[in-house]
Design a protein around this ligand. Structure first.
Ligand code: SAM
Length: 284
């Protein structure tokens, strides 16, 4: 028997999305959050944390390709990558497609998310956790960057929204410590919510990153699961030219990399930096 369940009211009181739930596959209160994995007929398996949809089998490729390939093809030669969060494994899977990446450190606060996603979403990580280039650290991303002696070419924060354990990953202190982990000419990107629904998050992040980086902005992607229109991905670097490269330059890197993508391409890369006026208006 299937039931209809409405989720996401945690994030947007009075506005939510509905799934037909064929089965609750797994549910647990971990030390950090309420983890649920459900089977749905339309989106396939869906993971929720504290009642908020995190990832679905059907559209995860859009989010993960955009979070990873935009910074990794914008950077001329990314060798070392840090992922904060990302417990479903999709970001790690996409990063490891880049053969020039020599090492990836992933810092996830909740080991249960990694374990359960390996079991219920095997195609998200697709064996990435067994890659010898990957090191997994179970820790708070904020504490990790505050103590980290290592440096990286690209840092990707694939976190939950700024409620609960991920709240610290949107603070000025976190961004300051994170920058000390970035090599010169490095790029940081971070999931920053849906601006139509979470406009203040765009303003907060923009103000905090602009104080630290010569170039702070956002790029956008539609992700059907993240309701409310375009999703904003924060972008910061001291090298402003990295955000303004032509489709030809990006295409050459894509050709050299030689792996297929389902959403991302050179034209999408360039277009993603074009921001609608309602988002520009939040960057004050
Ligand atoms: N793609 C989703 C989205 O945009 O809503 C988020 C993906 S989910 C894999 C985010 C992950 O961030 C979760 O596994 C969560 O446990 C992790 N996380 C939350 N706070 C964290 C923290 N302070 N340090 C490290 N990881 C954290």
């Amino acid at each position: 028997m299937s039931v209809t369940a409405t989720v996401s009211e945690t994030l947007y009181p009075g506005y939510a999305q509905t799934f037909t739930v064929e089965k609750v596959l797994f549910e647990i209160k971990t030390e950090h959050q309420h983890l649920q994995i459900i089977e749905t007929p339309f989106m396939g398996r869906v993971m929720l944390l504290d009642g908020v949809v995190q990832t679905t089998e059907r559209d995860e490729f859009i989010y993960h390709e955009m979070m990873v390939h935009v910074p990794l093809f914008a950077h001329p030669n990314p060798k070392r990558v840090l992922i904060i969060g990302g417990g479903d494994g999709g970001i790690l899977r996409e990063v490891l497609k880049h053969k020039n990446v020599e090492h990836v450190t992933q810092v996830e606060i909740d080991g249960s998310v990694i374990d359960m996603c390996k079991e219920y979403f095997p195609n998200h990580s697709a064996g990435a956790y067994d890659d010898p280039r990957a090191t997994i650290v179970i820790a708070d991303g904020k504490e990790f960057v505050a103590q980290c002696q290592d440096t990286f070419d690209v840092i990707i924060a694939d976190s939950t929204d700024p409620i609960g354990p991920a709240e610290v990953l949107f603070t000025a202190d976190f961004y300051k410590d994170e920058k000390t982990c970035l090599n010169p000419g490095g790029i940081m990107v971070a999931q920053n919510g849906v601006p139509f629904m979470q406009g203040q998050e765009v303003t907060n992040t923009f103000q905090r990153l602009s104080k630290l980086y010569r170039d702070a902005s956002f790029y956008v992607s539609p992700v059907p699961t993240y309701i409310g229109g375009l999703m904003a991905l924060a972008w910061a670097s001291d090298d402003a030219s990295l955000r303004q490269q032509s489709a030809d330059v990006i295409q050459q890197r894509i050709d050299r990399a030689g792996f297929p993508t389902r959403f991302y391409n050179a034209d999408v890369h360039v277009a993603a930096f074009a921001l609608p006026n309602y988002i520009r208006a939040l960057m004050v």
